[in-house]
Design a protein around this ligand. Structure first.
Ligand code: SER
Length: 326
């Protein structure tokens, strides 16, 4: 069977499809596999309106029986498991975050093994790194002592992914995303989400109150690059995917002051104030920049967007996407 025919036999289940990543990745998956082949799922019925281009089902990933039935009845062949509690929200509800992030991954890995799924995608994060990690050009392999519940759950999750690959041959693939910045969904409880919110404030004409210090550098990525990386990793030949925990991935690094300066030429009256809160400690524990040479070497990764290209694209497109903010 040719690659073209095999594409149309896939049945893709996206869990957490209405989140920051899912809102955009689900569309790219539908463009590739066709609207009948993609089932978007999320916790709330209200998310249905986002998915007029593919199927949609309400699903609580913690309901293992409902998840199993969906996988079985729909003959699902790939799962993209994107549901998670992010770093800042996780610090407010640590036990809940651990429970949701870990158990849902184990459900998915178990089902992947039981039903011999073709592939599983699960996102990891720069949050796996911690205060004792080298901060500049953080290597793929180094000390990881995450001190957020989100980071601990991602680190443990990476070990489980590799375990299921080695013990059960589950073809699970993963990326350690930097902070992801897109204009198609609102901030979702992450420490890096200030860099989403700042564009909404600039366009709305309100001052921006930044919860990080002006010079806090973090690794970041514009959403089209994150989607490209995810699709490229998932479409890479199995033997090219040599890392089965999770790949380092990078595009750019910037500080709050630098993103503010990139917006100023478009909105010269835009004002920023810095009032760091508990999220500063989270940001301080993460790398400034990431070495992603394994992703570049194994499956040809390279990003398209830098800070200025991202800013002009977002400021051009965001007002149409959230017209009420005008
Ligand atoms: N963007 C995430 C967060 O800030 C990190 O993966 O929680």
């Amino acid at each position: 069977m040719g690659d073209f025919e095999s594409l149309f036999m896939e049945k893709i289940l996206v869990i957490g499809a209405a989140g920051q990543l899912g809102s955009e990745l689900t569309k790219s998956l539908t463009d590739l596999f066709g609207s009948e082949s993609v089932i978007a799922t999320d916790l709330q019925e209200s998310a249905r309106s986002k998915f007029d281009y593919c199927r949609f089902e309400v699903l609580d990933v913690m309901n293992k029986e409902a998840l199993r039935n969906l996988v079985k009845n729909e003959k699902v062949s790939q799962i993209y498991h994107l549901a998670a509690v992010l770093s800042a929200t996780g610090e407010k509800k640590p036990i809940f975050a651990w429970h949701l992030n870990m158990e849902s991954l184990l459900f998915v890995l178990e089902l992947a093994n039981e039903f011999k799924l073709d592939k599983v995608y699960w996102p990891s994060s720069i949050a796996v790194f911690g205060p004792n990690t080298p901060k500049i050009n953080t290597p793929q392999y180094c000390v990881k002592e995450p001190n957020t519940v989100y980071g601990i759950s991602k680190q443990a999750g990476e070990r489980w992914c590799e375990y299921y690959f080695q013990k059960f041959n589950v073809d699970v693939r993963s990326l350690r995303y930097p902070g992801l910045i897109g204009y198609k969904s609102l901030p979702g409880g992450g420490t890096t989400d200030y860099a989403v919110d700042i564009y909404h404030k600039a366009i709305a004409g309100t001052d921006f109150n930044c919860f990080l210090k002006s010079d806090t550098s973090l690794p970041m990525m514009y959403m089209p690059d994150a989607i490209k990386a995810t699709m490229d990793l998932m479409n890479a030949p199995r033997e090219s995917v040599k890392i089965r925990s999770s790949y380092n991935l990078a595009a750019m690094s910037f500080t709050p002051e630098e993103i503010y300066q990139s917006i100023l030429p478009f909105f010269p009256d835009f004002k920023i104030a810095y009032n760091p809160d508990f999220r500063q400690a989270i940001a301080d524990s993460w790398p400034d920049s990431i070495d992603d040479s394994f992703a570049r070497k194994d499956w040809g990764w390279s990003p398209d967007y830098d800070l200025n290209a991202m800013t002009s694209d977002i400021l051009k497109n965001l007002p149409d996407f959230f017209p009420s903010k005008n």
